[in-house]
Write a protein that binds this ligand. Structure first.
Ligand code: GCW
Length: 721
């Protein structure tokens, strides 16, 4: 009996102990893990150089900078570091601005700091009062906070800190997350649980997660967040909600994170009782002005509005025969005096318009170039359709020299396997950013449009549709955290390579072991290409499941909107496949500058990645590999699915280098991804075969089930709708 009891206690203790261990590695800490530096040489160096920290000033921002350094250094160095030692010792870390820290002012860094603006910083190994010091200096407290995060990253990634000379400033001004979060806490296209914003308990209760969210954003330089869905609810603009928004804005402010809201265009009718929402109507203008003034009484640094208008059922100025510029300008005038901006989305298309869907945004917006107020940015998705696994860059980039264009990327994986597929998206974002629009000459990349250097925009920005929810690991998949991270890093500096960002993220999120980082980075870098292969190779697009967009659906046809079906896009018949967007077809190509038109328009120069996006070709068309298009399509689908098996093998070999909980999570999810990749492969190959009437190339195993089987699958309650 007694033995039994002791046994029970031991088991209880063990299980309890294990579960504490397990919850500690649930991914909650993101890339902000400050565990003891394992490399003993580096640890010694860090301990030597960081004997004490001097951080003067007690603004809310410097207070969080100090807290971050306290916990960061304590964890990484495994000892507590003295703060505010008044320079008694050497080997100090000094943080601040020339205004709040006399010792920093004495370094006379003015000339070096000036070009870095309000958010940039210097990190320098130098001497202060003839003693060795590392200095993080900035023009503002926020700049200093960003410098602190950069410095912690150096330690987390085991960099040498003995001779640092870093000068860094963001390349775009507005680096903003777009949350498609509804007021009932569901998240449109969100696959990581419910919204972080607990409207019911706000304003009184602010979950710690909201602070950790702000910390995480600050650590990668994200400085704005749109709290609400672009499919907007006017209620957010009412007093009971504004008070809640204020509570969040107050919590985020120390981290340099500004709050924005989506504006429902019909709010003057819905909330104000007006008969119209016509943007040229005096009462409507006055209503919005008063509303904006009211918002600013709660949130003095309110960022402004994000608007989806006249698209997918949302109301907008065209309901009153006004233009997008009329609508945007009216809202811009309402927030201008307080420094607010309007981000007006170019994601517009209408199935009543008999025109290739991907041409419609350009057709609407290009003629409005120059018609917008100075505080408006037009927000353009990376591609002209809708966040597909691969799209060519949006032709509006480069086409609106007088209107600041903001790039919008989708971090959440609506079309990329949702939360269960490991897809590192930096290569996708980079592909757009590095694309050459030829707007002015060679080298007029999308990045240069977006950072303002090409057209000398005064406003610049990048938006990312958030993948964050209340799942314990924030993003559903452990590796989806890397997409939040990559978006922030690229919004700050689009010149960073996908490999550099993956490297940093892996070291901070997992560990610094080369045998881990090298192969797992390879998984990440290949992952997007692998997914394109098993979903939409060779320029195919929009062939996923109806409405929820989960799984394959190349057969989707006969819906109330043709532009939401798959057959509209792939146009497969027994002769061939693809959407002819050359002059002989929809001529969407004409929206690009001539060198791009020529490159995509000519079958021999069009990259095969975009073949079926721009061209309709016969199944027997010979591609570069020497295979026919049909054979190549099949090979790509099979290669994609095999690529996931390769990812599984690489991951499985990492068991000893990853904590059990995250190892198991990723392993299990890769198992789901492998099944889904085969599902995509088999369903698409069988469907296209039913049309091409061609045999499966020799050597490829037959799909497991019949086409009918796949067509009858009907996943229900897919999250995020
Ligand atoms: O990608 C599509 C999504 C919609 C979304 C829309 C948009 C918010 O399927 O869910 O609505 O784009 O970007 O407005």
């Amino acid at each position: 009996m007694r033995h039994g009891f002791i046994f029970f206690v031991i088991i209880f203790w063990l299980v309890g102990g294990l579960s504490i261990e397990a919850t500690a590695e649930d991914g909650y800490r993101l890339w902000q893990r400050y565990d003891l530096v394992k490399d003993t040489k580096k640890l010694k160096q860090y301990r030597n150089h960081l004997q004490a920290v001097v951080i003067e000033g007690n603004s809310p921002t410097l207070t969080v900078a100090k807290q971050e350094l306290q916990s960061g250094l304590q964890g990484l160095l495994g000892k507590s570091v003295t703060f505010n030692s008044q320079l008694k010792t050497g080997n100090i870390l000094m943080v601040g601005t020339p205004q709040n820290a006399p010792a920093i002012a004495a370094l006379a860094l003015g000339e070096k700091l000036k070009p870095l603006g309000p958010e940039g910083y210097l990190i320098l190994s130098t001497t202060v009062h003839r003693k060795k010091a590392t200095v993080i200096a900035a023009n503002t407290d926020i700049g200093a906070l960003y410098g602190v995060f950069h410095f912690l990253r150096l330690l987390q990634t085991h960099q040498d800190i003995t001779a640092i000379s870093i000068s860094n400033a963001p390349k775009t001004q507005h680096r903003i997350l777009n949350h498609w979060d509804n007021l009932d806490r569901t998240v449109e296209r969100g696959y990581a649980g419910f919204s972080l914003w607990d409207w019911h308990k706000l304003p009184d209760y602010i979950d710690d997660r909201c602070l950790d969210y702000a910390r995480a954003n600050a650590s990668i330089g994200i400085n704005g967040t749109v709290l609400t869905n672009v499919n907007a609810n006017a209620l957010i603009l009412t007093k009971p909600y504004l008070v809640k928004v204020k509570a969040l804005a107050d919590a985020f402010r120390p981290y340099g994170l500004k709050v924005y809201l989506t504006a429902r265009f019909s709010a003057p009718i819905e909330l104000g009782g007006l008969k119209t929402a016509d943007p040229l109507d005096a009462e409507v203008k006055a209503w919005w002005k008063a509303k904006a003034d009211e918002i600013y009484t709660y949130i003095p640094d309110f960022g402004g509005f994000l608007v989806k208008a006249n698209s997918e059922g949302q109301p907008g100025p065209q309901n009153y025969k006004r233009t997008h510029a009329d609508g945007a300008n009216m809202l811009a005038d309402a927030v201008a005096a307080k420094g607010g901006i309007v981000m007006w989305r170019a994601f517009v298309y209408d199935n009543e318009v008999p025109e290739d869907r991907i041409k419609q945004a350009y057709n609407e917006f290009k003629p409005l170039d120059g018609a917008f107020r100075k505080n408006v940015m037009v927000q353009v998705k990376n591609g002209p359709l809708d966040f597909q696994p691969r799209e060519p860059f949006h032709p509006l980039f480069g086409a609106m020299p007088q209107t600041p264009l903001m790039a919008e990327f989708q971090i959440t994986q609506e079309y990329l396997g949702q939360a269960t597929n490991l897809v590192y998206q930096a290569p996708l974002y980079k592909e757009t950013l590095d694309a050459d629009t030829y707007a002015m000459s060679v080298g007029s990349t999308v990045a240069k449009v977006v950072d303002g250097s090409l057209h000398k925009y005064e406003l610049t920005g990048m938006a990312g549709v958030s993948n964050i929810g209340n799942d314990r690991n924030w993003t559903g998949h452990q590796f989806a955290q890397s997409n939040w991270y990559a978006f922030g890093r690229l919004a700050w500096d689009h010149t960073l390579s996908s490999a550099t960002i993956a490297d940093e993220w892996l070291r901070m999120t997992f560990n610094n072991e080369e045998q881990f980082v090298r192969p797992v980075k390879e998984i990440m870098l290949q992952s997007r290409e692998t997914l394109v292969n098993y979903m939409t190779p060779l320029g195919l697009h929009h062939i996923m499941g109806w409405s929820h967009h989960y799984g394959p659906g190349p057969w989707v046809d006969k819906k109330h909107r043709a532009d939401w079906t798959a057959v509209y896009y792939h146009r497969a018949t027994v002769e061939g496949i693809g959407f002819d967007r050359t002059a002989a077809g929809s001529n969407a190509l004409a929206q690009y500058f001539p060198p791009v038109q020529q490159m995509f328009g000519n079958l021999t120069t069009c990259p095969e990645d975009f073949l079926l996006w721009f061209h309709r070709v016969s199944w027997d068309y010979k591609v570069k590999s020497g295979r026919t298009l049909w054979e190549e399509l099949c090979q790509r689908y099979y290669a994609g699915a095999a690529g996931v098996q390769q990812m599984q093998q690489t991951w499985n070999a990492q068991q000893s280098r990853v904590d059990p909980e995250r190892f198991r999570h990723v392993k299990t999810f890769l198992g789901i991804q492998e099944k889904e990749a085969r599902w995509w492969r088999d369903a698409c190959v069988l469907y296209f075969q039913s049309i091409s009437k061609k045999p499966l190339p020799a050597g490829l195993p037959r799909p497991e089930n019949t086409l009918d089987y796949y067509m009858q699958l009907n996943p229900r309650f897919v999250p995020g709708i």
